[in-house]
Design a protein around this ligand. Structure first.
Ligand code: ADP
Length: 455
């Protein structure tokens, strides 16, 4: 404000001096005109200096502004200060970007930024090493043209990045890479790639080891169990004191046989290609088969069974695997439900028709909430002694989970101690052919029971 006042005062002084000279010389309009022209000329000269300074100095920081006074001095200084502030923030941002680039180039993990059109924007040195990206040749090229595996293209376009993708490294099939993608901004993607060759090899070795050990143990256990069965048939010929130990040996060898069988099954599930045997088949007969087989195995327990599934429904999957999963659940229901209990196997679309559920419900002993999230871990048992009594291996639910995974399904467990349990297998609706959306009646709990999703 002060500069404005000075500037107006300066103009008034020029006009007053011009008017005085004009009055003395006898031609006021001429001297007034000359005064205004001189004032304007002075301002144009300042504008010209400003333009000249900015032209040779676009960021207004390289050279000091021209010396000036009054309002023009303030304009020059103001532009200079703004330029310096902007330069400071630019330097700060550049130093952050430089640090990010330097630190990311020191990483063993490949980091790649992909724009909304799916083209490469930026990548670090590890990405160049692991994926062969070359700068500037590949910048702006679609990532699916550079990582040419069709599984990658499918993963990239499906945009479900909840699970990472493992693939052989491009150009070096002996190495395994793990791809993870995160969406950010406006459908831009950050792709992280790790070399997991060592881990993958160890995983394969573990699977092989478990598979081989189980396989090798199979024959000796069968032989031992066979002899024990034969001995038990003639147990009356032996001294009475042998009866109990022999009985226990037979029971334990049967358990060992079950463990080996379940471990072999798990190994097969882990190594067999998914979807090889998957095709549509009728679900109702499978559910009836599971029901009648379980009822037959536990015939002396006095349970009542109910199976419900619409006749026309077909499910796309591996029948033998789904039989195994459902009979595991149904046999658990029978095992962990006191005599005379009720077991239901029901299948139907859930309310909105978006998914399809098969539920196995019992009104047995139930499971305490703290165990629910760990039930599908291998060898996890709520009560080891009770489970051993029932011949359990602690592998049944791990098998169920694996089978469901291979069918894009997940397992939800609802249970309350002392009231019963419901094991819900939820399939995506695309796996189901035929049938009308229908709601499954309520589980046997009056209130919402504790539940857990197992992935
Ligand atoms: P197991 O062979 O010991 O039955 P599973 O993996 O099938 O092993 O089950 C793990 C544990 O979950 C069991 O030991 C049991 O304690 C519990 N469980 C499974 N199903 C039921 C059920 N329907 N009711 C109560 N507990 C159950």
């Amino acid at each position: 404000m002060q500069y404005w006042r000075t500037e107006i005062l300066r103009l008034l002084t020029v006009l007053a001096v011009a008017a005085l000279i004009g009055w003395l010389a006898g031609n006021v309009p001429l001297t007034l005109f000359a005064g205004v022209a001189a004032y304007l000329g002075l301002n144009y000269w300042q504008l010209w200096r400003l333009r000249r300074w900015l032209r040779g100095n676009p960021s207004a920081t390289q050279t000091e502004p021209p010396e000036s006074f009054g309002l023009w001095g303030e304009v020059f200084d103001g532009i200079y200060q703004l330029g310096r502030q902007e330069q400071k923030s630019r330097d700060f941002l550049e130093s952050i970007i430089r640090k990010a680039q330097e630190s990311s180039s020191a990483l063993e993990i490949a980091v790649t930024m992909i724009d909304r059109r799916g083209s490469l924007e930026w990548w670090n040195q590890a990405a160049a090493r692991l994926l062969g990206f070359q700068y500037p040749r590949d910048q702006g090229h679609p990532v699916t043209n550079l990582v040419r595996d069709p599984r990658f293209a499918q993963y990239f376009h499906e945009a479900d990045y909840s699970e990472p993708l493992k693939l052989p490294a491009p150009g070096d099939g002996s190495r395994t890479l793990e791809f993870e993608i995160a969406l950010f901004g406006e459908r831009e993607r950050l792709m992280i790639v790790r070399d997991v060759t060592r881990l993958h090899r160890m995983e394969l070795m573990r699977e092989d080891f478990v598979g081989n050990v189980s396989h090798e143990l199979g024959t000796p256990i069968t032989v031992i169990k066979g002899y024990l069965e034969t001995i038990m048939e003639h147990v009356h010929e032996l001294d009475g004191k042998w009866r109990k130990p022999l009985g226990q040996m037979l029971q334990q060898s049967a358990r060992m046989e079950n463990i080996v069988r379940d471990l072999l099954m798990l190994t097969a599930l882990e190594t067999k290609a998914v979807k090889r045997q998957q095709k549509p088949f009728r679900l109702a007969p499978l559910i009836r088969e599971v029901e009648s087989d379980t009822a037959q195995i536990y015939r002396n327990r006095g349970h009542s069974y109910r199976a419900e599934c619409e006749k026309g429904i077909q499910i796309v999957g591996d029948r033998a695997e789904l039989y195994s999963a459902l009979s595991n659940l149904a046999q658990n229901a029978a095992k962990y439900t006191p005599d005379g209990g009720e077991i239901r196997i029901e299948a139907a679309f859930i309310e909105d028709g978006k998914a399809f559920e098969i539920r196995v419900t019992d009104n047995g002993i139930g499971i305490e909430t703290q165990h629910l999230s760990r039930l599908t871990e291998r060898f996890y048992r709520v009560d080891v002694s009770r489970s051993s009594e029932t011949g359990g291996t602690g592998l049944g639910l791990a098998i169920v989970k694996h089978i469901l995974l291979r069918h894009d399904a997940d397992l939800r467990i609802e249970s309350e101690s002392g009231k019963g349990s419901t094991f819900v297998c939820r399939f995506p609706a695309e796996r189901i052919r035929g049938g009308e959306p229908r709601v499954i009646p309520q589980a046997p709990f009056p209130d919402q029971p504790p539940q857990i999703n197992v992935h």
